[in-house]
Design a protein around this ligand. Structure first.
Ligand code: BES
Ligand code: MN
Ligand code: ZN
Length: 509
């Protein structure tokens, strides 16, 4: 999809659809302004006010958030566009999410109830809200809401799935501020769409080698560094966790590493994403019901790869960013890892395997301990679909956060709020580590049912030493994420992508 800016009068736009955003008139204003207590939303373009007034009089459109009005201007209105859409912003205090949701609604409603491909959105500059932030969030909502994954469907014209927008023009007089916001929103949203594409690919199409290919392509396109460790290197380096999980499959494992460097003396942020391309559970086989969703077990890896794309485009000046994606699938084969086996992780710690289905922590442990030693980061954030337990605790609305550092936890929480990818911190008191002590090895990979999300976090903590670290358990939010206009009801959300981009944008500032 194309997105651009115009300073021209929107009314003269010769395209498929012209969109305005309006506020609902608040209860108190309504009582003040008119005797009968009614007041239609006011549009910045007076030529559509009559249409809004008539729709309001019927009660069909009040400007409520999430509602829209679509009509076909009469020749007498001299409108350049074939259709006009008016979108409600509601009467509550405006925030970034109001505009993201509006952008999502515009994209979705356009696709569902029209065949419009070339649309213009008039930026509501008249509203008392930061134009830069408004443009950024609207752009995010538009691009994310317009996302579809149709690669494997044979589509005949005029069929479902609905139409998609091809070109969006943002109309604004203050085009400089709008452009800055648009570019920020576009980078973040396009990165998220790439993460969704990776996640949507099934287990037979997105394999460890595809992560490697994607990483190498990023390196080539944007001039960052990509290094891929294959079986031989992993063995040489003694990454016993990743190799153990890989034993049951014929797909070779990979550790994909990306480096964005400023060339200056700045702190390094290290990102780690779980890239489990399919999680059958291994010998501790999962029940078959819903197992197809385990193709999404690589959403953490997809998120950090996509973030690196945005970073490479944006080129922050005050921070180096490196990313590691340990990737394999988890299958029950003749040589598969077994419960009771003991494996040695990269940092030398031994782990007794209780369940081969607790595999994410084994591959992350190697990536964390190798990365911390090799890159000496100032801070580490890992993203992983790690535990079913986090769904029990937080549902599908918030991501679980665990951290050994209050400052970093606060930064991540802030970034989550700004990006509307909210997180909730769970405790990591040292008592939890008791649950993962083994009788026969240093650790065991399952600490029982109690506090399952936290004991998984406590396991990871054993591999970061004293480095500041935050762990995001996205098992509840990576797909089936809380319903929104710009997040698919089913399918991957790309949660983590915009959060991490926000974290990096505000690093040290
Ligand atoms: N990938 C799963 C976690 C998961 C479960 C994500 C459901 C999304 C939805 C992970 O590898 C796993 O299987 N975890 C086990 C851990 C248990 C064996 C301690 C779990 O949560 O059941
Ligand atoms: Mn598992
Ligand atoms: Zn898993």
């Amino acid at each position: 999809m194309n997105i651009k800016i115009s300073k021209k009068d929107p009314w003269l736009f010769k395209g498929d659809m012209l969109v305005y955003c309006v506020r609902q008139v608040s209860e108190s204003a309504r009582l003040q302004v008119s005797r009968n207590g009614k007041k239609a939303p006011i549009c910045s373009e007076s030529k559509v006010q009559g249409d809004i007034d008539r729709a309001f009089a019927t009660g069909d459109f009040t400007g409520k958030e999430g509602r829209n009005l679509l009509f076909y201007p009469r020749p007498g209105q001299a409108c350049g566009a074939k259709r006009v859409m008016v979108v409600g912003l509601g009467q509550d205090d405006l925030n970034g999410e109001t505009f993201r949701a509006a952008g999502g609604l515009i994209a979705r409603a356009t696709g569902q109830s029209s065949r419009a491909e070339n649309i213009m959105v008039a930026i509501p500059e008249e509203l008392d809200f930061d134009i830069n932030e408004m443009s950024k969030c609207l752009t995010e909502g538009l691009i994310l809401g317009n996302y579809q994954f149709n690669r494997y469907k044979n589509i005949t014209k005029g069929d479902d799935p609905p139409n998609r927008i091809k070109t969006i023009t943002l109309a604004a007089a203050s085009d400089r501020k709008v452009r800055l916001g648009m570019l920020m929103g576009q980078r973040a949203a396009e990165a998220a769409c790439q993460a969704r594409d990776m996640a949507n690919e099934p287990g037979n199409k997105w394999k460890p080698d595809d992560f490697a290919r994607y990483g190498r392509k990023l390196a080539k396109d944007y001039g960052i560094k990509c290094q891929v460790l294959g079986s031989a290197e992993l063995k040489k380096l003694k990454m016993g966790g990743l190799l153990a999980v890989n034993q049951g499959t014929i797909e070779p494992p990979k550790m994909v590493m990306l480096e964005y460097r400023t060339g200056r003396k700045v702190p390094t942020l290290m990102l780690v994403g779980k890239g489990l391309t399919f999680d059958s559970g291994g010998i501790s086989l999962k029940p078959s019901h819903g197992m197809q969703d385990m193709k999404y077990d690589m959403c953490g890896g997809a998120a950090v790869m996509a973030v690196m794309r945005a970073v490479a485009q944006e080129k922050p000046a005050n921070i180096d960013v490196v990313a590691l994606v340990p990737t394999t699938d988890n299958m029950p084969g003749p040589e598969a890892l077994k419960p009771g086996d003991i494996v040695r992780q990269y940092n030398g710690k031994t782990v007794e395997i209780i369940s081969t289905d607790a595999e994410g922590r084994l591959i992350l442990a190697d990536a964390l301990s190798y990365g911390v030693r090799h890159f000496k980061p100032a801070a580490v954030v890992d993203v992983a679909t790690l535990t079913g337990a986090v769904i029990i605790g937080l549902g599908h609305h918030l991501t679980g956060l665990m951290s050994n550092d209050d400052g970093l936890a606060a930064q991540v929480t802030e970034a989550g709020a700004r990006s509307a990818e909210p997180v909730w911190r769970l405790p990591l008191h040292k008592e939890y580590a008791k649950q993962i002590k083994s009788e026969v090895a240093d650790l065991k990979n399952v600490g029982g049912r109690e506090a399952g999300t936290i004991t998984a976090g406590a396991f990871l903590q054993e591999f970061v030493g004293g480095t500041k670290w935050a762990h995001l358990d996205i098992a509840g939010t990576a797909w089936n994420f809380t319903e929104k206009s710009y997040i698919p009801k089913k399918g991957p959300s790309a949660v983590g992508v915009r959060l991490l981009i926000e974290l990096i944008r505000h690093w040290g500032g």
